[in-house]
Write a protein of this length. Structure first.
Length: 255
């Protein structure tokens, strides 16, 4: 059980969140492609992201996750946020500052909008579009924009995305497809039994202290030392995340 000292949706929760409505899948024959231009359009269409299979007991990563840093970094930070949660928004600069200070790490952003925040789901969908169109740096600016906009209002979401560089037509065109990414993050958060946000994992180990830069750096340095030792013992860098996460699962949260 993760000990949430402060955050949104902290334990105990009054009731389980309802599952998102199932997607409607309509089976049909493949379309007939008439010319080369249509072929190019079909090939450019978004595809279901490939899951990075990192072994049992991991915080699963996907190819369309917003991330900063090197894929082969020995330490991976995964941060779940709700953009209507004020604790998430104040924690973001602490987490990013710790990431910048440590250097040899990767930071991955995921969404976990809470049912108590009616606008958080749509704000997360806006974030998906921002990342898709203009990248992770712009997404972090989008996140920070909400700090100044508290309390969040529905009319904030689209202008915030446009302020960080999303074209109006791209925002509108991407809206319908943005929900799938948020739903996948929410499903993962539930699998991990996350009870509140912000929720930070360091190589799959839940960070149970207040999200303050100094404390995060201390945890990152300890994990970096352990991960580098594992590499020195023969673990390949492209396997270190799987290795450390498996150890977390085996030892009940302590690698």
């Amino acid at each position: 059980m993760i000990a949430w000292l402060v955050g949104c949706g902290s334990v105990p929760q009054p009731a389980a969140e309802p599952e998102p409505p199932p997607a409607v899948v309509i089976e049909s024959s493949p379309p007939v492609i008439a010319d080369a231009a249509a072929v190019q359009l079909a090939e450019a269409a978004p595809k279901e992201p490939r899951v990075r299979r990192n072994g049992d007991g991991v915080v699963t990563l996907f190819d369309d996750d917003p991330e900063r840093g090197d894929d082969l970094a020995p330490v991976t930070m995964v941060l779940f946020v709700d953009l209507e949660c004020p604790h998430c928004l104040t924690a973001l600069p602490e987490v990013t500052a710790a990431f910048d200070a440590i250097g040899d790490a990767r930071l991955v952003h995921k969404h976990f909008p809470r049912k108590s925040h009616p606008l958080a789901y749509d704000a997360a969908r806006g974030g998906v579009i921002v990342h898709r169109e203009v990248g992770t740096d712009a997404l972090e600016f989008y996140f920070h924009d909400f700090v100044a906009l508290q309390p969040v209002r529905a009319e904030h979401i689209r202008p915030s995305a446009l302020r960080v560089g999303v074209a109006p037509e791209a925002f509108d065109a991407g809206w319908d497809s943005s929900a799938a990414k948020v739903d996948r993050d929410v499903a993962l958060a539930r699998e991990l039994a996350i009870a509140g946000v912000p929720a930070l994992f360091i190589n799959c180990r839940p960070f149970d202290e207040l999200l303050k830069e100094a404390a995060i750096i201390t945890a990152l340095e300890a994990e970096l030392t352990a991960a580098r030792q594992s590499i020195a013992d023969g673990t390949r860098r492209d396997q270190i995340y799987a290795r450390r996460c498996s150890q977390v699962a085996e030892r009940g949260g302590t690698p």
